[in-house]
Design a protein around this ligand. Structure first.
Ligand code: ATP
Ligand code: MG
Length: 276
C-alpha cells in the first residue's frame, strides 16, 4: 500500500463514523417528551397515561379510533390543555408549568392547524394569515406583507392575499390555514385531520406540502389523520392510540406487516360488523 493511500485511510474512517453518528443523533434528538399524561373530563378518562417521544425533524402520524383522545393529546402538546397528571417536556421545560408569557413564546415555535381549520370569514386571506403575527406584536406593514407572501408561496397559493375565505375551495382553505400555521416560522407544526373533506388529489397536494416542510425546512410534523394513503406517503413513524394510551408504534413498513388485528382492521377500514 502506498503512503498516500495509508494517510487517507484514517480520515475516511473518521468521516464515515462522523456521518453515521450525525444521522443517529439528528434522528434521535427528542423534541417533545411526553410521560404519564392523564386527562379526564368529568367522569370520562380520556388520556390514561400516554408515554411518547417525538423526534426532531420527523413526520409522526397519530392514528386511532374516533373519540380516542388524539385531538386532546395534541392540545396538550401546545399547552392549550393542562394534564391532570404527567408532563409534556419541550426544550427541558414542562409545558404545564410555564407562565402564560413563556407559553405564548412556546406557541410561536409549535403551531397547530386545528381540526376545524377555521378561518375568520370576515377577514381576507392576508388578514387571516397575518393574525398570529399581529398577536405577537409585529406591526410593521412591509414585514407583515412580506411574511404573508412568503407563507402563501410555501403553500403554493402566491398572490391570493385579497381573497375572502368564502371565495376559496376546501383545499385552498386548508392551504391558507397551513400558511397561517407556518407564518411565524415554527419548528414544529401539529395538523389535526388536514385531509378531512378533501378529494384524493387535493389530499395528495397537502401531503406534498407537509413533507416539503419536513425535508426543505426541517420542521417536525405531527399529523392526526384517518387517510391511510397519506399515512403511507408521509410517515416517518406512526403511533397508534387506543383507549387513552399508546398501543403501538413503528414505521409504515412495520404497520403494513403487522399481524395485530386492531391495526389490520384499521388499515383496511373493517369494523366488527359483517357485510354477508
Ligand atoms: N373540552 C372538552 N370537554 C369535555 N370533553 C371533551 C373535551 N374535549 C374532548 N372531550 C372528549 O374527549 C374524548 C376524546 O376526544 P378527542 O377530540 O381527543 O377525540 P379524537 O381521537 O380526536 O377523535 P376524532 O378522530 O373523532 O377527532 C371525546 O369523548 C370527547 O367528547
Ligand atoms: Mg380529533
Amino acid at each position: 500500500m502506498k503512503f498516500s493511500q495509508l494517510s487517507r485511510l484514517p480520515i475516511l474512517r473518521i468521516a464515515t463514523l462522523t456521518e453515521r453518528h450525525y444521522s443517529e443523533v439528528v434522528k434521535k434528538e427528542v423534541f417533545l417528551k411526553i410521560r404519564g399524561l392523564e386527562k379526564s373530563f368529568g367522569e370520562q378518562r380520556v388520556l390514561k397515561g400516554v408515554d411518547l417521544d417525538v423526534y426532531r425533524g420527523e413526520t409522526l402520524i397519530l392514528l386511532g379510533g374516533s373519540g380516542g383522545g388524539k385531538s386532546v393529546l395534541m392540545k396538550h402538546m401546545i399547552g392549550l390543555l393542562k394534564p391532570d397528571a404527567g408532563s409534556v417536556i419541550f426544550e427541558g421545560k414542562d409545558l404545564a408549568g410555564l407562565k402564560e408569557r413563556e407559553l405564548t413564546f412556546a406557541r410561536h415555535r409549535i403551531s397547530m392547524m386545528f381540526q376545524s381549520g377555521a378561518l375568520f370569514d370576515s377577514l381576507t386571506v392576508k388578514e387571516n394569515i397575518a393574525f398570529p403575527l399581529r398577536e405577537s406584536g409585529i406591526k410593521d406593514k412591509a414585514e407583515i406583507s412580506e411574511r404573508v407572501a412568503e407563507a402563501l408561496t410555501i403553500v403554493k397559493l402566491p398572490g391570493q392575499e385579497d381573497k375572502m375565505p368564502s371565495e376559496l375551495s376546501g383545499g385552498m382553505r386548508k392551504r391558507v390555514a397551513l400558511a397561517r400555521a407556518v407564518v411565524e416560522k415554527p419548528c414544529c407544526v401539529l395538523y389535526d385531520e388536514p385531509h378531512a373533506g378533501l378529494d384524493p388529489v387535493t389530499a395528495d397536494s397537502i401531503d406534498h406540502l407537509i413533507k416539503d416542510l419536513e425535508l426543505d425546512h426541517g420542521i417536525t410534523n405531527i399529523v392526526v389523520t384517518h387517510e391511510m394513503r397519506s399515512v403511507f406517503r408521509i410517515a416517518s413513524r406512526i403511533v397508534f392510540m387506543k383507549e387513552g394510551r399508546v398501543h403501538w408504534e413503528g414505521t409504515a413498513a412495520e404497520l403494513k406487516k403487522s399481524s395485530d388485528p386492531l391495526l389490520k382492521n384499521f388499515i383496511e377500514g373493517r369494523s366488527d360488523e359483517s357485510w354477508d
